[in-house]
Design a binder for this molecule. Structure first.
Ligand code: TRP
Ligand code: SF4
Length: 338
């Protein structure tokens, strides 16, 4: 049996996020709630993927320092607990780079070229030159991130499934070449929680200007929801509407109980309620959800050194785990340590 699958050890979970700064409700419902529940059943490693950010934003390096701390403040504020999960910074664990390099020796270029995000991102970020070595290799760096912890589960959104699949292939090829089960194949863990769209019904994203930040002021949150678009067919208060065509309904699906949802459905199709009434319980629920998050975030904003210590300690724990894998990898590849 491979060393990484000893029966009494809790299974490992690994996930990462690029340092984009302050997070929004889409991150909370799409990822962080899931991360938070996993930390009770698994040995979790959650990291800030600063090298990944460099694969596309290699020109904007001065923003990083603030973005790292800001993002980790939001992790902590939503209940990611450094006593349960190791919170770390990718660049503080240089073993990721070593494994990336070693895996690059045996990874065919065609495997990287056919990852869907490669062509998609190049088209989407057209203004940027992404014909770089680093950008092509980014899914392999992600594979190294995962394999170095022998992670069994990788909670990711659907857009990342191809990367986890590549990771599995890379592990298989390595183990086959070196005739030993050195690298463990991970499984993607798709987020179960209901996803929250942006204010306009599209994916919530800072760059689409449809996001509610986790630390946003309550007045601003209320105003954003009050001015959210609704079913365009409801021009007047007396026009009936269809919840299926309304982003507010998607918010109700995340935030409201069955009774409230019935009230919305019936009131909307019969024009019994107005959109202003309909939005009220959503505003209340979002504000109630954000209040404790904002409060905890304020504590860390006032104590940034505490955040840096958490990252440093988490990185040390991560480094220990990563080193154990690297010892096995170097042995398997005949790179004896001098
Ligand atoms: N590629 C992921 C993203 O852009 C971030 C990431 C990097 C990641 N390495 C990872 C996620 C390893 C899960 C596991 O969102
Ligand atoms: Fe949307 Fe509610 Fe207005 Fe119907 S009543 S259109 S669900 S906001």
């Amino acid at each position: 049996m491979a060393e990484h699958s000893q029966p009494n050890q809790p299974k490992r979970v690994l996930s990462g996020m690029r340092p984009t700064g302050k997070l929004h409700l889409g991150h909370y419902h799409g990822a962080l709630k899931n991360w938070r529940s996993l930390q009770d059943g698994y040995e979790c490693f959650y990291f800030v993927a600063d090298w990944h950010a460099l694969t596309t934003d290699y020109g904007d390096t001065e923003i990083f320092a603030n973005h790292v701390v800001d993002m980790v403040i939001d992790w902590l504020a939503t209940g990611i607990d450094p006593g349960k999960a190791s919170i770390f910074l990718q660049s503080a664990v240089p073993e990721h780079a070593e494994l990336h390099l070693l895996l690059s020796m045996t990874t065919p270029l065609s495997w990287l070229e056919r990852v869907p995000s490669y062509k998609e991102q190049q088209t989407r970020l057209e203004g940027k030159s992404l014909d770089t070595y680093g950008f092509l290799g980014y899914p392999l760096l992600q594979a190294a991130d995962i394999l170095i912890y022998a992670a069994e589960f990788v909670p990711v959104g659907g857009d990342q499934a191809a990367h986890v699949e590549l990771t599995r292939e890379v592990a298989r090829r390595f183990n086959h070449l070196h005739r030993a089960p050195v690298l463990a194949e991970p499984a993607a863990l798709h987020t179960q929680v209901a996803k929250l769209p942006g204010l306009d019904g599209q994916k919530m994203s800072k760059s689409y200007n449809n996001a509610i930040a986790l630390r946003e002021a309550p007045e601003s949150v209320a105003k954003k929801i009050r001015t959210m678009p609704t079913d365009p067919a409801r021009v007047r208060r007396t026009d009936p509407g269809d919840p299926a065509k309304c982003p507010v309904w998607q918010f109700h699906q995340v935030y409201s109980d069955a009774n409230t949802r019935d009230w919305v459905r019936e009131g909307c199709v019969s024009a019994g309620i107005g959109c202003v009434d309909c939005k009220k319980p959503v505003i209340e629920a979002v504000l109630a959800e954000l209040a404790p998050i904002r409060e905890t975030a304020r504590h860390y904003e006032n104590n940034p050194d505490e955040v840096r210590d958490i990252i440093r300690q988490g990185s040390e724990k991560a480094r220990q785990a990563a080193s154990a894998t690297m010892d096995r990898v170097r042995d398997a590849m005949g790179l004896s340590r001098w």
